[in-house]
Design a protein around this ligand. Structure first.
Ligand code: NAD
Length: 464
Protein backbone atom coordinates (compact mmCIF):
# COMPACT_ATOMS: atom_id res chain seq x y z
CA UNK A 1 0.00 0.00 0.00
CA UNK A 2 1.34 3.42 -0.93
CA UNK A 3 1.62 6.16 1.68
CA UNK A 4 -1.23 8.13 0.06
CA UNK A 5 -3.51 5.07 -0.03
CA UNK A 6 -2.71 4.25 3.56
CA UNK A 7 -3.65 7.76 4.62
CA UNK A 8 -6.90 7.55 2.66
CA UNK A 9 -7.76 4.19 4.21
CA UNK A 10 -6.91 5.31 7.74
CA UNK A 11 -8.74 8.63 7.37
CA UNK A 12 -6.21 11.19 6.22
CA UNK A 13 -8.06 14.01 7.86
CA UNK A 14 -7.32 12.47 11.22
CA UNK A 15 -3.68 11.84 10.47
CA UNK A 16 -2.53 15.01 12.10
CA UNK A 17 -4.87 14.71 15.02
CA UNK A 18 -3.73 11.35 16.31
CA UNK A 19 -1.22 11.25 19.11
CA UNK A 20 0.66 8.49 17.33
CA UNK A 21 1.50 9.07 13.70
CA UNK A 22 -0.57 6.38 11.86
CA UNK A 23 2.17 5.78 9.30
CA UNK A 24 4.67 5.03 12.03
CA UNK A 25 2.19 2.92 13.96
CA UNK A 26 1.74 0.81 10.82
CA UNK A 27 5.47 0.37 10.28
CA UNK A 28 5.71 2.95 7.49
CA UNK A 29 8.56 5.42 7.92
CA UNK A 30 6.70 8.71 7.66
CA UNK A 31 8.92 11.51 6.41
CA UNK A 32 9.62 13.98 9.17
CA UNK A 33 8.59 17.60 8.75
CA UNK A 34 11.67 19.66 7.85
CA UNK A 35 12.03 22.55 10.22
CA UNK A 36 14.38 25.53 10.24
CA UNK A 37 14.63 28.33 12.79
CA UNK A 38 15.98 31.85 12.46
CA UNK A 39 16.92 33.49 15.78
CA UNK A 40 18.82 31.30 18.25
CA UNK A 41 18.25 33.46 21.31
CA UNK A 42 16.69 32.24 24.55
CA UNK A 43 13.11 31.95 23.26
CA UNK A 44 14.12 30.16 20.09
CA UNK A 45 16.28 27.66 21.91
CA UNK A 46 14.31 27.01 25.07
CA UNK A 47 10.72 27.08 24.01
CA UNK A 48 10.86 26.12 20.36
CA UNK A 49 14.17 24.31 19.88
CA UNK A 50 14.59 22.23 23.01
CA UNK A 51 10.94 21.47 23.45
CA UNK A 52 10.38 20.47 19.83
CA UNK A 53 13.30 18.06 19.94
CA UNK A 54 12.07 16.55 23.22
CA UNK A 55 8.36 16.38 22.43
CA UNK A 56 8.09 16.07 18.66
CA UNK A 57 11.35 14.43 17.58
CA UNK A 58 9.35 11.54 16.09
CA UNK A 59 7.65 13.78 13.52
CA UNK A 60 9.93 16.81 13.10
CA UNK A 61 13.61 17.31 12.37
CA UNK A 62 15.73 20.44 12.32
CA UNK A 63 17.35 20.93 8.90
CA UNK A 64 18.95 24.31 9.63
CA UNK A 65 19.48 27.07 12.16
CA UNK A 66 20.22 30.71 11.37
CA UNK A 67 21.32 33.71 13.42
CA UNK A 68 23.19 36.89 12.63
CA UNK A 69 25.56 36.13 15.52
CA UNK A 70 27.82 33.17 14.57
CA UNK A 71 28.82 32.54 18.18
CA UNK A 72 25.26 32.37 19.48
CA UNK A 73 24.34 30.21 16.52
CA UNK A 74 26.98 27.61 17.35
CA UNK A 75 26.28 27.80 21.10
CA UNK A 76 22.63 27.30 20.28
CA UNK A 77 23.22 24.30 18.05
CA UNK A 78 25.35 22.66 20.74
CA UNK A 79 22.79 23.45 23.43
CA UNK A 80 20.13 21.70 21.34
CA UNK A 81 22.45 18.73 20.79
CA UNK A 82 21.77 18.54 17.06
CA UNK A 83 24.07 18.38 14.06
CA UNK A 84 22.07 20.24 11.43
CA UNK A 85 23.82 22.90 9.31
CA UNK A 86 23.99 26.46 10.65
CA UNK A 87 23.86 29.66 8.58
CA UNK A 88 24.49 33.34 9.22
CA UNK A 89 23.02 34.08 5.78
CA UNK A 90 19.26 33.54 5.74
CA UNK A 91 19.09 33.21 1.94
CA UNK A 92 21.60 30.39 2.10
CA UNK A 93 19.52 28.63 4.77
CA UNK A 94 16.48 28.70 2.50
CA UNK A 95 18.41 27.56 -0.57
CA UNK A 96 20.39 24.77 1.07
CA UNK A 97 18.23 23.50 3.93
CA UNK A 98 14.91 23.73 2.02
CA UNK A 99 12.65 23.64 5.12
CA UNK A 100 8.89 22.93 4.98
CA UNK A 101 8.32 25.07 8.04
CA UNK A 102 10.26 28.08 9.25
CA UNK A 103 10.18 29.36 12.83
CA UNK A 104 10.97 33.05 13.31
CA UNK A 105 12.34 33.99 16.74
CA UNK A 106 14.48 37.03 15.97
CA UNK A 107 14.23 40.62 17.17
CA UNK A 108 10.63 41.79 16.56
CA UNK A 109 11.35 44.45 13.90
CA UNK A 110 13.07 41.83 11.72
CA UNK A 111 10.22 39.27 11.70
CA UNK A 112 8.70 40.64 8.48
CA UNK A 113 11.86 40.02 6.44
CA UNK A 114 12.04 36.35 7.41
CA UNK A 115 8.29 35.73 7.23
CA UNK A 116 8.08 37.16 3.71
CA UNK A 117 11.25 35.56 2.34
CA UNK A 118 10.28 32.25 3.95
CA UNK A 119 6.83 32.22 2.34
CA UNK A 120 8.30 33.28 -1.01
CA UNK A 121 10.67 30.30 -0.81
CA UNK A 122 7.68 27.97 -0.32
CA UNK A 123 7.68 27.53 3.47
CA UNK A 124 4.83 27.79 5.90
CA UNK A 125 5.96 30.12 8.66
CA UNK A 126 5.44 30.16 12.40
CA UNK A 127 6.38 33.50 13.93
CA UNK A 128 6.76 34.57 17.50
CA UNK A 129 4.65 37.49 18.58
CA UNK A 130 4.45 40.34 17.78
CA UNK A 131 3.95 39.49 14.11
CA UNK A 132 5.70 42.75 13.29
CA UNK A 133 6.18 46.30 14.56
CA UNK A 134 4.57 48.74 12.10
CA UNK A 135 1.68 49.02 9.67
CA UNK A 136 3.82 48.91 6.50
CA UNK A 137 5.51 45.66 7.45
CA UNK A 138 2.13 44.32 8.50
CA UNK A 139 0.65 45.07 5.07
CA UNK A 140 3.65 43.51 3.33
CA UNK A 141 3.21 40.29 5.34
CA UNK A 142 -0.51 40.10 4.54
CA UNK A 143 0.22 40.67 0.84
CA UNK A 144 2.96 38.03 0.78
CA UNK A 145 0.72 35.44 2.40
CA UNK A 146 -1.98 36.11 -0.17
CA UNK A 147 0.45 36.04 -3.07
CA UNK A 148 2.31 32.87 -2.08
CA UNK A 149 -0.67 30.89 -0.71
CA UNK A 150 1.52 29.83 2.22
CA UNK A 151 0.31 29.77 5.79
CA UNK A 152 1.44 32.03 8.61
CA UNK A 153 0.88 30.94 12.22
CA UNK A 154 1.38 33.43 15.06
CA UNK A 155 2.50 31.88 18.34
CA UNK A 156 -0.07 33.39 20.67
CA UNK A 157 0.58 31.09 23.62
CA UNK A 158 -1.44 33.15 26.14
CA UNK A 159 -4.70 32.08 24.49
CA UNK A 160 -3.99 28.49 25.50
CA UNK A 161 -3.62 29.17 29.25
CA UNK A 162 -6.28 27.46 31.39
CA UNK A 163 -7.53 30.64 33.08
CA UNK A 164 -7.80 32.60 29.83
CA UNK A 165 -9.49 29.66 28.10
CA UNK A 166 -12.08 29.40 30.88
CA UNK A 167 -12.79 33.12 30.48
CA UNK A 168 -13.29 32.57 26.76
CA UNK A 169 -15.76 29.75 27.46
CA UNK A 170 -17.78 31.90 29.86
CA UNK A 171 -17.88 34.73 27.31
CA UNK A 172 -18.76 32.43 24.41
CA UNK A 173 -21.70 31.01 26.38
CA UNK A 174 -22.75 34.60 27.21
CA UNK A 175 -22.79 33.83 30.93
CA UNK A 176 -23.30 37.53 31.73
CA UNK A 177 -25.04 38.48 28.48
CA UNK A 178 -23.47 40.60 25.76
CA UNK A 179 -20.28 42.29 26.91
CA UNK A 180 -20.34 46.08 26.76
CA UNK A 181 -16.96 47.04 28.24
CA UNK A 182 -13.73 45.55 29.58
CA UNK A 183 -11.23 46.84 32.15
CA UNK A 184 -7.83 45.16 31.70
CA UNK A 185 -4.70 46.14 33.63
CA UNK A 186 -1.35 44.40 33.40
CA UNK A 187 1.50 44.89 35.88
CA UNK A 188 5.10 43.93 35.13
CA UNK A 189 7.30 43.78 38.19
CA UNK A 190 10.72 45.35 38.75
CA UNK A 191 12.39 42.12 37.49
CA UNK A 192 10.42 41.26 34.38
CA UNK A 193 9.44 44.85 33.52
CA UNK A 194 12.97 46.14 34.06
CA UNK A 195 14.47 43.41 31.89
CA UNK A 196 12.84 44.87 28.78
CA UNK A 197 14.80 48.09 29.34
CA UNK A 198 18.13 46.25 29.49
CA UNK A 199 17.83 44.92 25.96
CA UNK A 200 16.74 45.78 22.42
CA UNK A 201 13.13 46.03 23.60
CA UNK A 202 14.02 49.48 24.98
CA UNK A 203 14.38 50.84 21.44
CA UNK A 204 11.28 51.38 19.37
CA UNK A 205 13.06 50.59 16.10
CA UNK A 206 13.65 47.06 17.44
CA UNK A 207 10.51 46.16 19.40
CA UNK A 208 8.01 48.83 18.33
CA UNK A 209 7.59 49.84 22.03
CA UNK A 210 5.99 47.55 24.60
CA UNK A 211 2.63 48.45 23.05
CA UNK A 212 3.68 46.04 20.28
CA UNK A 213 6.22 43.79 21.95
CA UNK A 214 4.35 43.01 25.17
CA UNK A 215 0.84 44.39 24.85
CA UNK A 216 0.21 42.56 21.55
CA UNK A 217 -0.28 39.45 23.75
CA UNK A 218 -2.98 41.31 25.68
CA UNK A 219 -4.57 42.94 22.63
CA UNK A 220 -4.78 39.53 21.00
CA UNK A 221 -6.52 38.13 24.08
CA UNK A 222 -8.98 41.03 24.00
CA UNK A 223 -9.72 40.54 20.29
CA UNK A 224 -10.24 36.82 20.88
CA UNK A 225 -12.37 37.21 24.02
CA UNK A 226 -14.50 40.04 22.64
CA UNK A 227 -14.71 38.25 19.27
CA UNK A 228 -14.83 41.50 17.34
CA UNK A 229 -12.31 43.70 15.53
CA UNK A 230 -10.90 46.96 16.95
CA UNK A 231 -11.92 50.14 15.13
CA UNK A 232 -10.57 53.09 17.12
CA UNK A 233 -7.69 53.61 19.55
CA UNK A 234 -6.65 56.50 21.75
CA UNK A 235 -3.69 56.27 24.13
CA UNK A 236 -1.37 57.99 26.56
CA UNK A 237 2.13 56.95 27.52
CA UNK A 238 5.37 58.27 29.01
CA UNK A 239 8.85 57.22 30.03
CA UNK A 240 9.13 58.29 33.66
CA UNK A 241 11.04 55.56 35.44
CA UNK A 242 13.77 53.97 33.31
CA UNK A 243 16.13 55.45 30.69
CA UNK A 244 17.05 59.07 31.20
CA UNK A 245 15.08 59.24 34.48
CA UNK A 246 17.99 58.52 36.80
CA UNK A 247 20.89 60.65 38.01
CA UNK A 248 23.52 57.96 37.31
CA UNK A 249 24.15 55.36 34.64
CA UNK A 250 26.87 52.95 33.51
CA UNK A 251 27.52 50.92 30.37
CA UNK A 252 26.45 47.54 31.72
CA UNK A 253 25.89 45.86 35.10
CA UNK A 254 29.12 43.85 34.98
CA UNK A 255 31.77 46.00 36.64
CA UNK A 256 29.44 48.98 37.07
CA UNK A 257 30.70 51.58 39.57
CA UNK A 258 27.07 52.19 40.70
CA UNK A 259 26.45 48.54 41.51
CA UNK A 260 26.07 49.09 45.29
CA UNK A 261 23.45 51.79 45.06
CA UNK A 262 21.55 50.66 41.94
CA UNK A 263 18.43 48.74 42.97
CA UNK A 264 18.25 47.26 39.48
CA UNK A 265 21.77 45.79 39.53
CA UNK A 266 21.57 42.46 37.71
CA UNK A 267 24.32 39.87 38.10
CA UNK A 268 24.29 37.98 34.82
CA UNK A 269 27.38 36.00 35.87
CA UNK A 270 25.10 33.90 38.07
CA UNK A 271 23.24 32.65 34.99
CA UNK A 272 25.46 30.13 33.21
CA UNK A 273 23.17 29.80 30.20
CA UNK A 274 23.10 33.56 29.61
CA UNK A 275 26.86 33.78 30.06
CA UNK A 276 27.35 31.20 27.32
CA UNK A 277 24.64 32.45 24.99
CA UNK A 278 25.04 36.20 25.30
CA UNK A 279 28.15 37.33 27.19
CA UNK A 280 30.52 34.94 25.39
CA UNK A 281 29.20 36.18 22.04
CA UNK A 282 29.13 39.94 22.66
CA UNK A 283 32.27 40.29 20.57
CA UNK A 284 30.38 39.39 17.39
CA UNK A 285 27.59 41.97 17.50
CA UNK A 286 27.84 44.03 20.69
CA UNK A 287 24.55 42.65 22.07
CA UNK A 288 24.90 43.38 25.82
CA UNK A 289 22.34 41.29 27.73
CA UNK A 290 22.95 43.16 31.03
CA UNK A 291 22.91 46.62 29.50
CA UNK A 292 22.22 49.62 31.71
CA UNK A 293 18.52 50.30 31.96
CA UNK A 294 19.24 53.97 32.55
CA UNK A 295 20.55 54.36 28.95
CA UNK A 296 19.59 57.74 27.59
CA UNK A 297 18.86 56.19 24.20
CA UNK A 298 15.81 54.31 25.54
CA UNK A 299 12.84 55.71 23.62
CA UNK A 300 9.85 53.56 24.59
CA UNK A 301 7.14 54.19 27.18
CA UNK A 302 7.20 52.62 30.64
CA UNK A 303 3.57 53.42 31.47
CA UNK A 304 0.80 53.13 28.92
CA UNK A 305 -2.97 53.57 28.95
CA UNK A 306 -5.07 52.63 25.93
CA UNK A 307 -8.77 52.99 25.11
CA UNK A 308 -10.03 50.69 22.36
CA UNK A 309 -13.41 50.79 20.69
CA UNK A 310 -14.53 47.61 18.92
CA UNK A 311 -16.75 47.18 15.86
CA UNK A 312 -19.43 45.57 18.10
CA UNK A 313 -19.34 48.70 20.31
CA UNK A 314 -17.46 47.08 23.22
CA UNK A 315 -15.06 49.58 24.77
CA UNK A 316 -11.85 48.63 26.56
CA UNK A 317 -9.71 50.41 29.15
CA UNK A 318 -6.25 48.86 29.14
CA UNK A 319 -3.06 49.77 30.97
CA UNK A 320 0.47 48.42 31.17
CA UNK A 321 2.88 49.31 33.98
CA UNK A 322 6.52 48.19 33.92
CA UNK A 323 7.81 48.89 37.42
CA UNK A 324 5.26 47.35 39.73
CA UNK A 325 6.32 45.70 43.03
CA UNK A 326 4.47 42.59 41.86
CA UNK A 327 3.68 40.86 38.59
CA UNK A 328 0.01 40.46 37.91
CA UNK A 329 -3.15 41.51 36.15
CA UNK A 330 -6.77 42.25 36.77
CA UNK A 331 -9.60 42.00 34.28
CA UNK A 332 -13.30 42.69 34.40
CA UNK A 333 -15.85 42.05 31.68
CA UNK A 334 -18.99 44.14 32.14
CA UNK A 335 -21.96 42.40 30.58
CA UNK A 336 -25.64 43.26 30.15
CA UNK A 337 -26.69 40.83 32.91
CA UNK A 338 -23.63 40.79 35.15
CA UNK A 339 -19.89 40.95 35.37
CA UNK A 340 -16.93 38.55 35.21
CA UNK A 341 -13.79 39.35 37.24
CA UNK A 342 -10.45 37.62 37.29
CA UNK A 343 -6.93 38.35 38.47
CA UNK A 344 -3.45 36.98 38.69
CA UNK A 345 -0.55 37.69 41.07
CA UNK A 346 -2.18 40.42 43.20
CA UNK A 347 -0.47 39.96 46.58
CA UNK A 348 -3.34 41.22 48.73
CA UNK A 349 -5.51 38.48 47.24
CA UNK A 350 -2.93 35.72 47.53
CA UNK A 351 -2.72 33.45 50.55
CA UNK A 352 1.09 33.42 50.39
CA UNK A 353 3.48 36.09 49.20
CA UNK A 354 5.40 35.14 46.08
CA UNK A 355 9.09 35.85 45.58
CA UNK A 356 9.00 38.02 42.43
CA UNK A 357 12.32 36.83 40.99
CA UNK A 358 11.36 33.15 41.41
CA UNK A 359 7.95 33.86 40.02
CA UNK A 360 9.39 35.28 36.80
CA UNK A 361 11.75 32.30 36.38
CA UNK A 362 8.84 29.90 36.87
CA UNK A 363 6.69 31.78 34.38
CA UNK A 364 9.28 31.37 31.63
CA UNK A 365 10.11 27.77 32.57
CA UNK A 366 8.92 24.95 30.34
CA UNK A 367 8.81 22.40 33.17
CA UNK A 368 5.17 21.64 33.85
CA UNK A 369 4.52 21.79 37.55
CA UNK A 370 1.25 20.68 39.04
CA UNK A 371 -0.05 23.05 41.63
CA UNK A 372 -2.51 22.82 44.46
CA UNK A 373 -3.50 26.35 43.61
CA UNK A 374 -6.23 27.56 41.32
CA UNK A 375 -7.02 30.76 39.49
CA UNK A 376 -10.17 32.57 40.47
CA UNK A 377 -12.92 33.84 38.23
CA UNK A 378 -15.89 35.55 39.89
CA UNK A 379 -19.14 35.61 37.97
CA UNK A 380 -21.58 38.12 39.44
CA UNK A 381 -25.17 38.45 38.31
CA UNK A 382 -26.88 41.81 38.38
CA UNK A 383 -29.36 41.76 41.32
CA UNK A 384 -27.99 38.31 42.17
CA UNK A 385 -25.04 36.54 43.76
CA UNK A 386 -21.38 36.09 42.93
CA UNK A 387 -20.18 32.63 42.01
CA UNK A 388 -16.52 31.60 42.30
CA UNK A 389 -15.24 29.52 39.38
CA UNK A 390 -11.98 27.76 40.34
CA UNK A 391 -9.55 27.00 37.50
CA UNK A 392 -6.74 24.60 38.53
CA UNK A 393 -3.37 26.26 37.95
CA UNK A 394 -0.58 24.90 35.80
CA UNK A 395 2.61 26.70 36.77
CA UNK A 396 4.62 26.40 33.59
CA UNK A 397 5.30 28.54 30.51
CA UNK A 398 2.42 31.04 30.54
CA UNK A 399 -0.08 28.94 32.49
CA UNK A 400 0.67 25.79 30.52
CA UNK A 401 -0.33 27.68 27.35
CA UNK A 402 3.09 27.27 25.74
CA UNK A 403 2.81 23.48 25.67
CA UNK A 404 -0.80 23.40 24.46
CA UNK A 405 0.03 25.81 21.64
CA UNK A 406 2.82 23.53 20.40
CA UNK A 407 0.66 20.42 20.58
CA UNK A 408 -1.92 22.16 18.42
CA UNK A 409 0.68 23.26 15.86
CA UNK A 410 2.83 20.14 15.62
CA UNK A 411 0.92 17.15 16.98
CA UNK A 412 -2.78 17.86 16.49
CA UNK A 413 -3.15 20.51 13.75
CA UNK A 414 -6.49 19.10 12.52
CA UNK A 415 -8.06 18.69 15.92
CA UNK A 416 -11.37 20.53 16.31
CA UNK A 417 -10.85 24.07 17.59
CA UNK A 418 -14.27 25.16 18.91
CA UNK A 419 -12.91 28.17 20.82
CA UNK A 420 -10.67 29.20 17.90
CA UNK A 421 -7.42 29.12 19.83
CA UNK A 422 -5.33 28.87 16.64
CA UNK A 423 -4.10 32.25 15.41
CA UNK A 424 -3.14 33.31 11.89
CA UNK A 425 -1.95 36.43 10.13
CA UNK A 426 -5.19 38.36 10.60
CA UNK A 427 -5.03 37.81 14.37
CA UNK A 428 -1.35 38.75 14.34
CA UNK A 429 -2.16 41.90 12.40
CA UNK A 430 -5.16 43.01 14.47
CA UNK A 431 -3.27 42.65 17.75
CA UNK A 432 -0.22 44.54 16.55
CA UNK A 433 -2.31 47.21 14.82
CA UNK A 434 -3.81 48.16 18.18
CA UNK A 435 -0.26 48.64 19.46
CA UNK A 436 0.76 50.60 16.37
CA UNK A 437 -2.39 52.75 16.61
CA UNK A 438 -1.75 53.38 20.32
CA UNK A 439 1.85 54.42 19.64
CA UNK A 440 0.67 56.71 16.85
CA UNK A 441 -2.05 58.13 19.10
CA UNK A 442 0.53 59.01 21.78
CA UNK A 443 2.96 60.49 19.25
CA UNK A 444 0.35 62.42 17.27
CA UNK A 445 -2.09 63.13 20.12
CA UNK A 446 -5.17 61.95 18.23
CA UNK A 447 -7.64 59.11 17.87
CA UNK A 448 -6.33 56.56 15.36
CA UNK A 449 -8.66 54.41 13.29
CA UNK A 450 -7.52 50.85 12.58
CA UNK A 451 -8.69 51.00 8.98
CA UNK A 452 -6.32 53.87 8.20
CA UNK A 453 -3.34 51.55 8.82
CA UNK A 454 -3.73 48.64 6.37
CA UNK A 455 -6.27 47.24 3.90
CA UNK A 456 -7.87 45.15 6.69
CA UNK A 457 -11.44 46.20 7.42
CA UNK A 458 -12.71 45.68 10.97
CA UNK A 459 -15.75 43.37 11.29
CA UNK A 460 -18.34 43.42 14.12
CA UNK A 461 -17.71 39.66 14.47
CA UNK A 462 -13.99 38.95 14.35
CA UNK A 463 -13.07 38.50 10.71
CA UNK A 464 -11.09 35.81 9.01
N1 NAD B 1 5.41 34.32 23.23
C1 NAD B 1 6.15 34.59 24.27
O1 NAD B 1 5.71 34.45 25.40
C2 NAD B 1 7.56 35.08 24.08
C3 NAD B 1 8.48 35.07 25.14
C4 NAD B 1 9.78 35.52 24.89
C5 NAD B 1 10.12 36.00 23.63
N2 NAD B 1 9.21 36.01 22.62
C6 NAD B 1 9.57 36.51 21.27
O2 NAD B 1 10.61 35.70 20.74
C7 NAD B 1 11.49 36.49 19.94
C8 NAD B 1 12.92 36.32 20.44
O3 NAD B 1 13.02 36.77 21.77
P1 NAD B 1 14.30 36.44 22.67
O4 NAD B 1 13.95 36.82 24.05
O5 NAD B 1 14.77 35.08 22.40
O6 NAD B 1 15.34 37.50 22.07
P2 NAD B 1 16.92 37.34 21.97
O7 NAD B 1 17.46 38.70 21.81
O8 NAD B 1 17.41 36.51 23.09
O9 NAD B 1 17.12 36.51 20.62
C9 NAD B 1 16.94 37.04 19.36
C10 NAD B 1 17.95 36.40 18.41
O10 NAD B 1 17.71 36.92 17.10
C11 NAD B 1 18.98 37.16 16.51
N3 NAD B 1 18.82 38.15 15.44
C12 NAD B 1 18.55 39.46 15.57
N4 NAD B 1 18.49 40.04 14.35
C13 NAD B 1 18.72 39.07 13.44
C14 NAD B 1 18.81 39.05 12.04
N5 NAD B 1 18.62 40.16 11.31
N6 NAD B 1 19.07 37.88 11.42
C15 NAD B 1 19.25 36.74 12.16
N7 NAD B 1 19.19 36.71 13.50
C16 NAD B 1 18.94 37.86 14.13
C17 NAD B 1 19.86 37.63 17.65
O11 NAD B 1 21.23 37.49 17.37
C18 NAD B 1 19.39 36.73 18.78
O12 NAD B 1 20.15 35.55 18.85
C19 NAD B 1 10.98 37.93 20.02
O13 NAD B 1 10.20 38.21 18.87
C20 NAD B 1 10.08 37.92 21.25
O14 NAD B 1 9.00 38.85 21.14
C21 NAD B 1 7.94 35.55 22.83
Amino acid sequence: MKRRDFLAASGAVFAGSLLVNPLQASGFAAPKRKLAMVGTGSRGLSFWGRRIIQQYGDIIEFVGLCDINPGRLETGRKALGISCPVFTDFGELLRKAKPDLLIVTTVDATHDEFIIKGMEAGCDVLTEKPMTTDEFKCQAILDAEKKTGKKLIVGFNYRYGTQFTRLKELLAEKRVGDITSVDFHWYLNTYHGADYFRRWHGHRNKGGTLLCHKASHHFDLLNWWIDSDPVEVVAHGSLEHYGKNNPFRGTKCRGCEHKEKCKFYYDITRNREYMELYVANEKHDGYIRDNCLWRESIDIFDKMAVQIKYANNVQVSYSLTTYSPFEGMSIAFNGKTGRIDSWEGLPWRQKEMANQAELHAREMSQQAERSERYDEIYVSDNFGKSELVKVPQMRAGHGGGDARLQDKIFRNPDLADPLKHAAGSRDGAMSVLIGVAARKSIDEKRIVRIEELTTLKPHPTRGV
